[in-house]
Design a protein around this ligand. Structure first.
Ligand code: GTP
Ligand code: ZN
Length: 337
């Protein structure tokens, strides 16, 4: 199954008591490797990461992620991020096609909502399937908001909803324009930290402003939403009201999962689960093997072709599992289920 990190609950008081006086806990709103904006008791502090945070980075590009809970020493100039508390969860991707290192997009969230639209821009199943698989990998609850349903002249909505509900994902249909579905979305967001992931122009800002526009009190932060076009390639955590936070992600063109191999991908498509154990080969990659239950299900119309195509495209990008050479094609093994 997936190998997401076990959530660790840090005893924040214990950690704080071991740090120098003048150190405070806060949450990272945004930043790059040089300076982070940290919300500490309602105030945004700019802090620089201490050098030792970079010492054990390994393949991770930056030591601090948006959403991290961090300890900041306020007496320095600039104040310093001394420590990153253990993460409940996080989502990372391959940095870029030129940079194979791990880029952590955000940490410590309750859920991710993939915001998509019909009409303009049209629905991208590839984009959706990639982020849903990533959430399965990191065990982050994921659902879908399908916005601009008022523009559904082609009648795409029904098929999209059916595909994803069959795969076990909640799909909330909204129209920010006609104010439809907003209450349901609000109930989903209230009191939680939610990542809004979606292509530019699907209506993320409009939806949030419709729901919470009047409540964005922190001037610096509320302006994020009115900028229209994103100027940075970084995520931003936005405190909205009480325990409600939204994390805005940059317009990522292709999300490539970090640290995954070919053998693990099939477990990240929940709709494949009933078929994964029924292929002729227990370790079937559902790619070119004979008697593949997944391919048969696609041909029979039981599984969405679009989901399968996303799977195959992602599969192509991944390295084989270490044991693949030894076991590939062997029969008579217990299937792993
Ligand atoms: N017809 C229709 N238009 C919408 C709806 N929601 C948003 N729009 C329009 O879509 C455009 C893009 O909306 P934004 O809220 O800026 O989209 P975004 O996802 O925040 O885009 P970025 O800021 O680039 O990430 C705007 O012109 C909105 O008015 C909707 O439900 N129906
Ligand atoms: Zn198969």
């Amino acid at each position: 199954m997936t190998q997401a990190p076990e959530p660790e609950r840090a005893d924040e008081q214990t950690i704080l008591s071991q740090l120098p006086a003048g150190t405070r806990l806060g949450r990272v709103l945004r930043g790059d490797a040089r300076v982070y904006h940290v919300l500490i008791d309602g105030e945004v502090i700019q802090a620089a990461p201490r050098g030792r945070l970079f010492e054990e980075l390994g393949e991770v590009r930056t030591p601090v992620a948006v959403g991290d809970r961090v300890a900041v020493s306020l007496d320095g100039d600039p104040p310093g991020v001394e420590l990153v508390l253990p993460r409940d969860n996080y989502l990372s991707k391959v940095s870029s096609s030129h940079d194979p290192r791990e880029q952590i997009l955000f940490a410590n969230v309750d859920q991710l909502i993939n915001v998509a639209s019909v009409g303009q821009p049209g629905f991208s199943s590839n984009r959706t399937d990639r982020i849903l698989a990533a959430c399965e990998w990191q065990e982050i609850p994921a659902s879908i908001v399908l916005n601009k349903v008022d523009l559904d002249a082609r009648g795409d909505v029904e098929g999209i909803v059916e595909t994803y509900e069959r795969a076990g994902y909640e799909v909330i249909q909204t129209s920010a324009e006609k104010r439809e579905g907003l209450e349901r979305l609000r109930a989903k967001l209230d009191g939680k930290t939610t990542v809004l992931y979606g292509a530019s122009g699907v209506g993320k800002s409009t939806l949030i402003n419709e729901l919470y526009g009047m409540k964005l009190k922190i001037g610096k932060i509320s302006r994020f939403w009115s900028q229209g076009k994103h100027t940075t390639t970084f995520s931003r955590a936005i405190p909205i009201d009480g325990d409600t936070w939204v994390v805005d992600t940059p317009g990522i063109r292709v999300f490539r999962l970090y640290g995954l191999n070919k053998g693990q991908l099939r477990h990240l498509f929940p709709d494949f689960a009933p078929y994964n154990t029924k292929c002729r080969f227990p370790n079937c990659a559902h790619d070119h093997e004979p008697d593949c239950a997944v391919v048969n299900a696609v041909e029979a119309g039981e599984l969405a072709t679009s989901r399968y195509l996303s799977y195959v495209e992602m599969l192509d990008e991944l390295a084989p599992p270490p044991e693949d050479v030894a076991t590939y094609g062997e029969t008579g093994e217990e299937s792993e289920g």
